[in-house]
Write a protein that binds this ligand. Sequence first.
Ligand SMILES: O=c1ccn([C@H]2C[C@H](O)[C@@H](COP(=O)(O)OP(=O)(O)OP(=O)(O)O)O2)c(=O)[nH]1
Length: 150
Amino acid sequence: MIWLHYVQIKKLPGNEDIKLPQKMSELAAGFDVVAALEEEVVLKPGQRTLIPTGLAMAMPAGLEAQIRPRSGLAFKHGITCLNTPGTIDADYRGEVKVLLINLGQEPFTIVRGERIAQIVFQTVPAIELTEVAELSETVRGEGGFGHTGK
Ligand SMILES: O=c1ccn([C@H]2C[C@H](O)[C@@H](COP(=O)(O)OP(=O)(O)OP(=O)(O)O)O2)c(=O)[nH]1
C-alpha cells in the first residue's frame, strides 16, 4: 500500500512563472526542481553557488526533503550538489536553495527555469537519545573504516 503524504508548497513572490517540482516519470523518486535565477549564472570550474528555487514548503512532522544532484548534469558537466543530500527540515519555511558546485573542466551556465536538482521526500524516525555508561557488545565491536580488508 502507498501512504500519501501531503506537502504544502508555495511560490515566493516574483516566481509565479516557476514550475512546481515535477516527477519526470510515473514512478520517479525525485521531483525535479528548477533554478529561479533572475539572471543567468556562469559557474567556473571549482566554483560553488547557492541557487534559489523560488519555492518554500511545509511538510508534516516526520518528513524531511533531500536535495540531490541530477545524474545527467553530474555525468555530462561535473555539476553536483556540494552538500548532497541537502536536508530540508519539516519546520523550515525559508526558500529552498540548491548548493551547486562545478567539478567539471568547463564553465557551466545555469539559466532560469533549468532543472538543476531533485527533491526526494523521506520519512524520519522519531528518536530519543539516551545517555549510557556502557554500550551493548557486538561481534564488530569498534572495527570500522575498512577493518575487514578490501
Ligand atoms: O541544500 C539545502 C540545505 C538546507 N537548506 C535549508 C533547509 C534547511 O532546513 C535549512 C538548514 O539546513 P542545515 O540544517 O543543513 O544547515 P545548517 O548549516 O545546520 O544551518 P542551520 O543552523 O540554519 O540549521 O537550510 C536548503 O534550502 N538547501
